[in-house]
Design a protein around this ligand. Structure first.
Ligand SMILES: Cc1ncc(COP(=O)(O)O)c(C=O)c1O
Length: 440
Protein backbone atom coordinates (compact mmCIF):
# COMPACT_ATOMS: atom_id res chain seq x y z
CA UNK A 1 0.00 0.00 0.00
CA UNK A 2 2.83 2.34 0.87
CA UNK A 3 4.06 2.94 -2.68
CA UNK A 4 0.82 4.76 -3.41
CA UNK A 5 1.13 7.43 -0.83
CA UNK A 6 4.66 7.71 0.39
CA UNK A 7 7.21 9.81 -1.44
CA UNK A 8 10.13 9.07 0.90
CA UNK A 9 13.63 8.78 -0.51
CA UNK A 10 14.04 5.08 0.25
CA UNK A 11 17.83 5.26 0.05
CA UNK A 12 17.88 7.58 3.05
CA UNK A 13 19.85 8.36 5.05
CA UNK A 14 22.33 9.86 2.61
CA UNK A 15 25.10 11.96 4.12
CA UNK A 16 27.26 13.59 1.43
CA UNK A 17 28.79 16.16 3.73
CA UNK A 18 28.81 16.11 7.54
CA UNK A 19 26.12 18.63 8.57
CA UNK A 20 26.11 21.56 8.58
CA UNK A 21 27.40 21.64 5.01
CA UNK A 22 28.51 24.96 3.46
CA UNK A 23 25.13 25.90 1.94
CA UNK A 24 23.34 25.15 5.21
CA UNK A 25 25.89 27.18 7.12
CA UNK A 26 25.30 30.17 4.86
CA UNK A 27 21.52 30.10 5.35
CA UNK A 28 21.88 29.56 9.10
CA UNK A 29 24.13 32.61 9.25
CA UNK A 30 21.68 34.66 7.15
CA UNK A 31 18.86 33.62 9.44
CA UNK A 32 20.87 34.74 12.43
CA UNK A 33 21.31 38.12 10.80
CA UNK A 34 17.59 38.69 10.22
CA UNK A 35 15.81 36.77 12.97
CA UNK A 36 15.56 36.92 16.71
CA UNK A 37 18.15 35.29 18.93
CA UNK A 38 15.19 33.38 20.40
CA UNK A 39 14.93 30.90 17.50
CA UNK A 40 14.96 27.40 18.97
CA UNK A 41 15.08 24.49 16.55
CA UNK A 42 17.99 25.63 14.31
CA UNK A 43 20.14 25.43 17.44
CA UNK A 44 19.52 21.69 17.54
CA UNK A 45 19.19 20.91 13.83
CA UNK A 46 22.04 22.82 12.25
CA UNK A 47 20.85 22.43 8.69
CA UNK A 48 18.82 24.41 6.17
CA UNK A 49 16.02 22.54 4.43
CA UNK A 50 15.65 22.29 0.69
CA UNK A 51 12.63 19.97 0.49
CA UNK A 52 10.84 17.18 2.27
CA UNK A 53 9.16 14.07 0.93
CA UNK A 54 7.33 11.40 2.93
CA UNK A 55 9.53 10.49 5.89
CA UNK A 56 12.63 12.19 4.53
CA UNK A 57 14.04 15.71 4.57
CA UNK A 58 16.70 16.91 2.14
CA UNK A 59 19.00 19.72 3.21
CA UNK A 60 20.45 22.33 0.86
CA UNK A 61 23.73 20.39 0.74
CA UNK A 62 21.99 17.30 -0.61
CA UNK A 63 21.99 15.27 2.63
CA UNK A 64 18.83 13.23 3.10
CA UNK A 65 17.60 12.55 6.65
CA UNK A 66 15.00 10.17 8.00
CA UNK A 67 12.59 12.42 9.88
CA UNK A 68 11.36 11.14 13.25
CA UNK A 69 10.25 14.61 14.32
CA UNK A 70 7.44 15.40 11.82
CA UNK A 71 7.52 19.08 12.81
CA UNK A 72 6.59 18.01 16.38
CA UNK A 73 3.86 15.58 15.45
CA UNK A 74 2.32 17.81 12.79
CA UNK A 75 3.08 16.24 9.42
CA UNK A 76 1.71 12.90 10.65
CA UNK A 77 1.05 11.53 7.19
CA UNK A 78 4.44 12.40 5.76
CA UNK A 79 5.79 15.50 4.10
CA UNK A 80 4.21 16.47 0.84
CA UNK A 81 1.75 13.59 1.02
CA UNK A 82 0.26 13.50 -2.51
CA UNK A 83 -3.24 12.63 -1.26
CA UNK A 84 -3.30 15.61 1.13
CA UNK A 85 -1.56 17.94 -1.33
CA UNK A 86 -4.11 17.25 -4.06
CA UNK A 87 -7.02 18.03 -1.74
CA UNK A 88 -5.39 21.24 -0.52
CA UNK A 89 -4.68 22.27 -4.11
CA UNK A 90 -8.33 21.65 -5.06
CA UNK A 91 -9.40 23.93 -2.22
CA UNK A 92 -6.77 26.49 -3.18
CA UNK A 93 -8.45 26.80 -6.57
CA UNK A 94 -11.76 27.67 -4.86
CA UNK A 95 -11.24 29.94 -1.84
CA UNK A 96 -8.64 30.20 0.91
CA UNK A 97 -10.05 32.63 3.46
CA UNK A 98 -13.72 32.89 4.44
CA UNK A 99 -14.09 34.01 8.07
CA UNK A 100 -16.80 31.70 9.44
CA UNK A 101 -19.05 31.88 6.42
CA UNK A 102 -19.86 28.28 5.54
CA UNK A 103 -18.23 26.46 2.69
CA UNK A 104 -18.63 22.87 1.60
CA UNK A 105 -15.22 22.00 2.97
CA UNK A 106 -16.04 23.49 6.38
CA UNK A 107 -19.27 21.51 6.67
CA UNK A 108 -17.81 18.27 5.32
CA UNK A 109 -14.80 18.53 7.61
CA UNK A 110 -16.99 19.19 10.66
CA UNK A 111 -19.27 16.26 9.93
CA UNK A 112 -16.33 13.90 9.45
CA UNK A 113 -14.38 15.06 12.49
CA UNK A 114 -17.41 14.85 14.77
CA UNK A 115 -18.04 11.28 13.58
CA UNK A 116 -14.62 10.27 14.95
CA UNK A 117 -14.99 11.70 18.48
CA UNK A 118 -17.36 9.09 19.91
CA UNK A 119 -19.64 11.60 21.65
CA UNK A 120 -22.17 14.18 20.48
CA UNK A 121 -20.26 17.41 20.17
CA UNK A 122 -20.20 20.85 18.62
CA UNK A 123 -17.10 22.43 17.12
CA UNK A 124 -15.55 25.79 17.76
CA UNK A 125 -12.70 26.66 15.41
CA UNK A 126 -9.44 28.24 16.52
CA UNK A 127 -6.01 28.70 14.93
CA UNK A 128 -3.24 27.20 17.09
CA UNK A 129 -2.97 24.69 19.88
CA UNK A 130 -2.69 27.36 22.57
CA UNK A 131 -5.64 29.28 21.13
CA UNK A 132 -7.74 26.11 21.27
CA UNK A 133 -6.68 25.39 24.87
CA UNK A 134 -7.64 28.93 25.89
CA UNK A 135 -11.02 28.54 24.21
CA UNK A 136 -11.58 25.16 25.89
CA UNK A 137 -10.86 26.56 29.34
CA UNK A 138 -13.04 29.57 28.63
CA UNK A 139 -15.91 27.27 27.67
CA UNK A 140 -15.47 25.20 30.84
CA UNK A 141 -15.49 28.32 33.00
CA UNK A 142 -18.48 29.77 31.17
CA UNK A 143 -20.68 26.69 31.35
CA UNK A 144 -19.89 25.94 35.00
CA UNK A 145 -19.74 29.53 36.20
CA UNK A 146 -16.64 28.51 38.19
CA UNK A 147 -13.00 29.45 37.83
CA UNK A 148 -10.43 26.98 39.13
CA UNK A 149 -8.84 24.69 36.58
CA UNK A 150 -7.09 21.53 37.70
CA UNK A 151 -4.02 20.87 35.56
CA UNK A 152 -0.91 18.70 35.98
CA UNK A 153 2.74 19.10 36.75
CA UNK A 154 4.92 18.60 33.70
CA UNK A 155 2.07 19.46 31.34
CA UNK A 156 2.36 21.63 28.25
CA UNK A 157 -0.65 23.49 26.88
CA UNK A 158 1.09 26.39 25.12
CA UNK A 159 2.97 29.51 26.10
CA UNK A 160 0.58 32.34 25.31
CA UNK A 161 -0.30 34.52 28.28
CA UNK A 162 -3.55 32.56 28.62
CA UNK A 163 -1.97 29.13 28.61
CA UNK A 164 1.23 29.71 30.57
CA UNK A 165 -0.59 29.18 33.84
CA UNK A 166 -1.93 25.86 32.59
CA UNK A 167 1.45 24.66 31.37
CA UNK A 168 3.36 22.88 34.14
CA UNK A 169 7.00 23.45 33.26
CA UNK A 170 8.29 26.57 35.02
CA UNK A 171 11.11 27.21 32.57
CA UNK A 172 8.58 28.59 30.06
CA UNK A 173 7.40 31.11 32.63
CA UNK A 174 10.71 32.83 33.26
CA UNK A 175 9.94 35.31 30.52
CA UNK A 176 6.33 36.02 31.45
CA UNK A 177 5.36 36.02 35.08
CA UNK A 178 1.75 37.10 34.42
CA UNK A 179 0.17 33.72 34.41
CA UNK A 180 -3.24 32.61 35.55
CA UNK A 181 -3.40 32.04 39.28
CA UNK A 182 -6.70 30.16 39.16
CA UNK A 183 -4.96 26.97 38.15
CA UNK A 184 -4.04 24.25 40.62
CA UNK A 185 -1.44 21.66 39.62
CA UNK A 186 -1.52 18.05 40.70
CA UNK A 187 1.17 15.43 40.11
CA UNK A 188 0.85 13.55 36.84
CA UNK A 189 1.36 9.82 37.26
CA UNK A 190 4.89 9.28 35.96
CA UNK A 191 5.61 5.60 36.50
CA UNK A 192 9.41 5.89 36.12
CA UNK A 193 9.70 8.66 38.70
CA UNK A 194 6.56 8.39 40.79
CA UNK A 195 7.26 9.05 44.47
CA UNK A 196 4.01 7.37 45.59
CA UNK A 197 3.72 3.69 46.34
CA UNK A 198 0.50 3.38 44.38
CA UNK A 199 0.98 6.29 42.02
CA UNK A 200 -2.28 6.26 40.14
CA UNK A 201 -4.62 5.75 43.09
CA UNK A 202 -2.72 8.14 45.35
CA UNK A 203 -3.11 10.93 42.79
CA UNK A 204 -6.76 10.19 42.19
CA UNK A 205 -7.30 10.14 45.95
CA UNK A 206 -5.62 13.55 46.31
CA UNK A 207 -7.83 14.95 43.59
CA UNK A 208 -10.95 13.52 45.16
CA UNK A 209 -10.01 15.05 48.50
CA UNK A 210 -9.31 18.46 46.97
CA UNK A 211 -12.51 18.51 44.97
CA UNK A 212 -14.72 17.38 47.83
CA UNK A 213 -13.30 19.71 50.44
CA UNK A 214 -14.93 23.18 50.52
CA UNK A 215 -11.87 24.52 52.38
CA UNK A 216 -9.75 23.62 49.41
CA UNK A 217 -11.08 23.42 45.83
CA UNK A 218 -14.51 22.00 46.64
CA UNK A 219 -17.20 24.01 44.90
CA UNK A 220 -14.98 26.05 42.59
CA UNK A 221 -13.61 23.61 40.02
CA UNK A 222 -14.43 24.61 36.44
CA UNK A 223 -12.57 21.83 34.70
CA UNK A 224 -9.82 19.21 34.73
CA UNK A 225 -7.36 19.76 31.89
CA UNK A 226 -5.17 16.80 30.95
CA UNK A 227 -2.96 15.36 28.24
CA UNK A 228 -3.65 11.63 27.73
CA UNK A 229 0.13 11.20 27.36
CA UNK A 230 2.36 14.11 28.35
CA UNK A 231 4.08 15.36 25.24
CA UNK A 232 6.53 18.16 26.00
CA UNK A 233 6.63 16.80 29.57
CA UNK A 234 8.60 13.80 28.30
CA UNK A 235 6.29 11.34 26.54
CA UNK A 236 5.05 10.19 29.92
CA UNK A 237 2.45 7.44 29.56
CA UNK A 238 0.26 7.30 32.67
CA UNK A 239 -0.82 3.93 34.04
CA UNK A 240 -3.98 2.51 32.51
CA UNK A 241 -7.01 3.80 34.38
CA UNK A 242 -5.82 7.39 34.81
CA UNK A 243 -8.17 9.01 32.31
CA UNK A 244 -10.97 6.72 33.43
CA UNK A 245 -10.37 7.77 37.02
CA UNK A 246 -10.40 11.44 36.04
CA UNK A 247 -13.61 10.94 34.11
CA UNK A 248 -15.22 9.35 37.18
CA UNK A 249 -14.15 12.29 39.33
CA UNK A 250 -15.35 14.76 36.72
CA UNK A 251 -18.75 13.10 36.73
CA UNK A 252 -18.88 12.83 40.53
CA UNK A 253 -18.34 16.59 40.90
CA UNK A 254 -20.11 17.71 37.67
CA UNK A 255 -16.92 19.19 36.30
CA UNK A 256 -15.97 19.07 32.60
CA UNK A 257 -13.02 16.86 31.68
CA UNK A 258 -10.94 18.70 29.07
CA UNK A 259 -8.65 16.38 27.11
CA UNK A 260 -5.80 18.08 25.26
CA UNK A 261 -5.20 15.93 22.16
CA UNK A 262 -3.02 18.53 20.44
CA UNK A 263 0.00 16.19 20.32
CA UNK A 264 -1.62 12.78 20.85
CA UNK A 265 -4.48 13.15 18.36
CA UNK A 266 -5.11 12.18 14.76
CA UNK A 267 -3.76 8.65 15.01
CA UNK A 268 -0.42 9.37 16.71
CA UNK A 269 -0.91 6.71 19.43
CA UNK A 270 -2.64 4.10 17.26
CA UNK A 271 -6.18 5.32 18.01
CA UNK A 272 -7.65 8.35 16.33
CA UNK A 273 -7.83 10.02 19.78
CA UNK A 274 -5.70 8.81 22.67
CA UNK A 275 -8.67 8.98 25.10
CA UNK A 276 -10.15 6.13 23.09
CA UNK A 277 -7.57 3.79 24.64
CA UNK A 278 -9.51 4.23 27.88
CA UNK A 279 -12.96 4.14 26.29
CA UNK A 280 -13.98 7.41 27.84
CA UNK A 281 -15.87 10.38 26.51
CA UNK A 282 -14.30 13.73 27.35
CA UNK A 283 -16.55 16.73 27.81
CA UNK A 284 -14.23 18.97 25.84
CA UNK A 285 -11.48 17.92 23.45
CA UNK A 286 -8.70 20.14 22.13
CA UNK A 287 -7.39 19.40 18.61
CA UNK A 288 -4.58 20.99 16.61
CA UNK A 289 -1.17 20.09 15.06
CA UNK A 290 -1.71 17.04 12.79
CA UNK A 291 -5.30 17.87 11.92
CA UNK A 292 -3.96 20.54 9.55
CA UNK A 293 -0.94 18.49 8.40
CA UNK A 294 1.15 21.67 8.61
CA UNK A 295 -1.50 24.25 7.78
CA UNK A 296 -2.33 26.04 11.03
CA UNK A 297 -5.82 25.13 12.11
CA UNK A 298 -7.23 23.98 15.42
CA UNK A 299 -10.54 23.42 17.09
CA UNK A 300 -12.39 22.51 20.26
CA UNK A 301 -15.04 19.81 20.33
CA UNK A 302 -17.39 20.25 23.26
CA UNK A 303 -20.34 18.28 24.57
CA UNK A 304 -23.58 19.32 22.89
CA UNK A 305 -25.23 20.25 26.20
CA UNK A 306 -22.71 23.09 26.55
CA UNK A 307 -23.95 24.71 23.37
CA UNK A 308 -25.14 27.94 24.90
CA UNK A 309 -22.21 30.13 24.04
CA UNK A 310 -23.12 33.68 23.03
CA UNK A 311 -22.32 35.10 19.59
CA UNK A 312 -18.67 36.07 19.31
CA UNK A 313 -17.73 34.10 22.44
CA UNK A 314 -14.37 33.36 20.84
CA UNK A 315 -12.86 35.25 17.91
CA UNK A 316 -9.77 35.23 15.72
CA UNK A 317 -9.46 36.28 12.08
CA UNK A 318 -7.94 33.07 10.75
CA UNK A 319 -10.05 30.47 12.53
CA UNK A 320 -11.06 27.45 10.44
CA UNK A 321 -8.88 28.22 7.43
CA UNK A 322 -10.32 26.32 4.42
CA UNK A 323 -6.93 24.99 3.33
CA UNK A 324 -6.37 23.54 6.81
CA UNK A 325 -9.83 22.01 6.80
CA UNK A 326 -9.20 20.46 3.37
CA UNK A 327 -5.99 18.95 4.77
CA UNK A 328 -7.91 17.84 7.88
CA UNK A 329 -10.70 16.11 5.99
CA UNK A 330 -8.17 14.46 3.68
CA UNK A 331 -6.08 13.24 6.62
CA UNK A 332 -9.07 11.70 8.43
CA UNK A 333 -10.14 9.96 5.21
CA UNK A 334 -6.58 8.86 4.52
CA UNK A 335 -6.19 7.25 7.96
CA UNK A 336 -9.35 5.21 7.34
CA UNK A 337 -8.67 4.39 3.71
CA UNK A 338 -5.19 3.00 4.36
CA UNK A 339 -5.99 1.47 7.73
CA UNK A 340 -3.22 3.46 9.40
CA UNK A 341 -4.20 2.94 13.05
CA UNK A 342 -3.44 -0.81 13.38
CA UNK A 343 -0.19 -0.15 11.51
CA UNK A 344 0.86 2.44 14.09
CA UNK A 345 -0.06 0.15 16.96
CA UNK A 346 1.87 -2.79 15.48
CA UNK A 347 4.98 -0.86 14.47
CA UNK A 348 4.98 1.17 17.69
CA UNK A 349 5.23 -2.08 19.69
CA UNK A 350 7.99 -3.25 17.38
CA UNK A 351 10.03 -0.08 17.96
CA UNK A 352 9.70 -0.50 21.73
CA UNK A 353 10.80 -4.13 21.49
CA UNK A 354 13.79 -3.25 19.34
CA UNK A 355 14.87 -0.42 21.62
CA UNK A 356 14.58 -2.59 24.70
CA UNK A 357 17.70 -4.41 23.44
CA UNK A 358 19.81 -1.31 24.12
CA UNK A 359 22.27 -1.93 26.92
CA UNK A 360 23.51 1.28 28.48
CA UNK A 361 22.99 2.53 32.02
CA UNK A 362 22.32 6.01 30.58
CA UNK A 363 19.03 4.69 29.17
CA UNK A 364 16.78 4.87 32.22
CA UNK A 365 13.40 4.22 30.67
CA UNK A 366 11.90 3.45 27.27
CA UNK A 367 8.16 3.99 26.99
CA UNK A 368 5.45 4.96 24.60
CA UNK A 369 2.24 4.20 22.81
CA UNK A 370 1.97 3.90 19.04
CA UNK A 371 4.32 6.35 17.36
CA UNK A 372 4.90 8.43 20.46
CA UNK A 373 8.02 7.00 22.01
CA UNK A 374 10.27 8.43 24.72
CA UNK A 375 13.74 7.36 25.80
CA UNK A 376 14.68 8.87 29.16
CA UNK A 377 18.40 9.48 29.61
CA UNK A 378 19.95 9.44 33.07
CA UNK A 379 23.27 9.34 34.87
CA UNK A 380 24.37 8.37 38.38
CA UNK A 381 21.33 6.14 38.80
CA UNK A 382 18.25 7.99 37.66
CA UNK A 383 19.43 11.62 37.74
CA UNK A 384 18.07 13.39 34.60
CA UNK A 385 20.81 13.75 31.98
CA UNK A 386 19.94 16.65 29.68
CA UNK A 387 23.43 16.79 28.13
CA UNK A 388 22.74 13.28 26.89
CA UNK A 389 19.83 14.34 24.68
CA UNK A 390 22.04 17.00 23.06
CA UNK A 391 24.66 14.38 22.31
CA UNK A 392 22.11 11.98 20.83
CA UNK A 393 20.39 14.64 18.68
CA UNK A 394 23.75 15.82 17.32
CA UNK A 395 25.07 12.34 16.68
CA UNK A 396 21.81 11.28 15.01
CA UNK A 397 21.92 14.30 12.71
CA UNK A 398 25.44 13.39 11.60
CA UNK A 399 24.21 9.91 10.76
CA UNK A 400 21.16 11.17 8.86
CA UNK A 401 18.45 10.89 11.46
CA UNK A 402 16.27 13.63 12.94
CA UNK A 403 15.17 13.03 16.53
CA UNK A 404 14.25 15.58 19.19
CA UNK A 405 14.02 15.96 22.95
CA UNK A 406 11.30 16.59 25.50
CA UNK A 407 10.91 16.29 29.24
CA UNK A 408 10.81 18.42 32.35
CA UNK A 409 14.58 18.24 32.45
CA UNK A 410 15.06 18.06 28.66
CA UNK A 411 16.41 14.55 29.13
CA UNK A 412 14.02 12.50 27.01
CA UNK A 413 14.65 11.64 23.37
CA UNK A 414 11.29 11.50 21.67
CA UNK A 415 10.40 9.74 18.47
CA UNK A 416 7.43 10.92 16.41
CA UNK A 417 7.78 9.13 13.06
CA UNK A 418 5.32 9.80 10.28
CA UNK A 419 2.47 7.30 10.65
CA UNK A 420 3.16 6.35 7.03
CA UNK A 421 6.91 5.70 7.31
CA UNK A 422 7.89 2.75 5.10
CA UNK A 423 8.92 -0.17 7.30
CA UNK A 424 12.43 -0.50 5.82
CA UNK A 425 13.13 3.16 6.61
CA UNK A 426 11.80 2.76 10.12
CA UNK A 427 14.01 -0.29 10.63
CA UNK A 428 17.05 1.65 9.44
CA UNK A 429 16.22 4.56 11.73
CA UNK A 430 15.82 2.33 14.78
CA UNK A 431 19.06 0.53 13.95
CA UNK A 432 20.97 3.84 13.80
CA UNK A 433 19.41 5.02 17.03
CA UNK A 434 20.22 1.78 18.81
CA UNK A 435 23.86 2.09 17.77
CA UNK A 436 23.97 5.64 19.13
CA UNK A 437 22.25 4.71 22.38
CA UNK A 438 24.59 1.78 22.91
CA UNK A 439 27.60 4.01 22.44
CA UNK A 440 26.84 7.15 24.49
C1 LIG B 1 -0.45 19.02 24.31
C2 LIG B 1 -0.23 20.37 23.71
N1 LIG B 1 -1.13 21.34 23.91
C3 LIG B 1 -0.97 22.57 23.39
C4 LIG B 1 0.13 22.88 22.63
C5 LIG B 1 0.30 24.28 22.09
O1 LIG B 1 0.14 24.26 20.72
P1 LIG B 1 0.72 25.48 19.84
O2 LIG B 1 2.20 25.34 19.83
O3 LIG B 1 0.13 25.26 18.47
O4 LIG B 1 0.25 26.73 20.47
C6 LIG B 1 1.10 21.91 22.40
C7 LIG B 1 2.31 22.21 21.60
O5 LIG B 1 3.25 21.48 21.52
C8 LIG B 1 0.92 20.63 22.94
O6 LIG B 1 1.82 19.65 22.77
Amino acid sequence: MEENFDASVLEAPIINVIPPGPKSLKLLKDQEEYETSAVNYPKYFKIAIDKAQGSTITDVDGNVYIDLVTGISVVNLGHNNPFIRRRVQEQLEKVWHTLEIPTEIRVNFSKKLLSTLGFKAKLLFTTTGADAVEAAVKIARYVTGKRTIIAFEGSYHGITAGTLGLTGANRFKEFNPFFDDRVVKFPYPYPYRCPFKDCLNEILRLLDYAMSNPGYLGGDVAGILVEPIQGEGGYVVPPKGFLKGLKELAEKYSVPLIVDEVQTGVGRTGKMWAYQWENIEPDIVVISKAIGEGIPVSMVGYREEFNKLPTGFHLGTYRGNPLGLAAGLASLEFIEKYNILPRVERLGKKILEELSEVENSHVGDIRGLGFMIGIELVRNGNEPWSEGTKIVIEEALKRGLLVYKAGRWDNVIRLMPPLTIPEPLLNKAVEILKRILNSI
